[in-house]
Design a protein around this ligand. Structure first.
Ligand code: M6P
Ligand code: ZN
Length: 197
């Protein structure tokens, strides 16, 4: 017989997201190796004070079909060289699953990419909701000068596939030029040989 789960009540701060989460995952500069253009700048950051790049706070929901997982991501302000702090980025293991990002605080970009390398961006600021359709890989970038916080909702069975991004990178990168955020071609991008989507 299937076990019936009890409902959950979660307090959400409308600027900082989930209050009193069950789990917090921190990604520091050390955890971001291979993700930025300027590897030397990243190395220097790691040996200086290895700053927190972002953290994800979530509630324990079963990672199963039928459930909806929700969490808050907060990306610190800062840059590695002239490339803004960002999340690792991933595709979903179950690629035909979507996700919703709702911006609470700060500003940044939701960068999305298909397996074939087609790119789309949404400029996020408080109150903007970004819908990531199935099959689009996604990463978030803090282009502001304070924390960039957003709430996310995804199907329980979506899963995280980091491999493609780790291997190929994103086709575009977000750099600061003359004090502005500019989307540029990623010179290190290596498209997959066999692509779908
Ligand atoms: C969002 C969601 C999470 C994800 C997090 C950080 O909150 O998409 O599922 O873990 O961002 O992104 P990443 O896993 O790519 O580091
Ligand atoms: Zn996702």
């Amino acid at each position: 017989m299937e076990k019936l789960m009890e409902p959950i009540r979660t307090l959400v701060d409308l600027k900082r997201g989930i209050v009193d989460p069950d789990r917090v995952t921190e990604r520091k500069a050390y955890d971001m190796q291979g993700m930025y253009q300027d590897e030397l700048a990243l190395k220097k950051l790691v040996s200086k004070d290895n700053p927190l790049i972002y953290q994800v706070s979530g509630v324990n929901i079963p990672e199963e079909t039928g459930h909806i997982i929700y969490s808050t991501t907060i990306i610190s302000p800062g840059k590695v060289g002239n490339e803004y702090f960002m999340s690792k980025g991933h595709f979903h293991v179950k690629e035909d699953t979507a996700e919703i990002y709702l911006c609470l605080e700060g500003e940044g970009y939701l960068l999305m990419q298909t397996r074939k390398g087609r790119v789309s961006t949404i400029h996020m600021k408080p109150g903007i909701l970004g819908y990531i359709p199935p099959y689009w890989g996604h990463r978030t970038i803090n282009t502001g000068n304070k924390e960039f916080a957003f709430l996310t909702f995804s199907p329980g069975d979506a899963g995280h596939n980091y491999e493609v991004i780790q291997k190929c990178g994103f086709a575009k990168i977000m750099l600061e030029e003359d004090g502005r955020a500019v989307l540029k071609d990623n010179p290190k991008y290596t498209p997959l040989d066999s692509q779908i989507g």
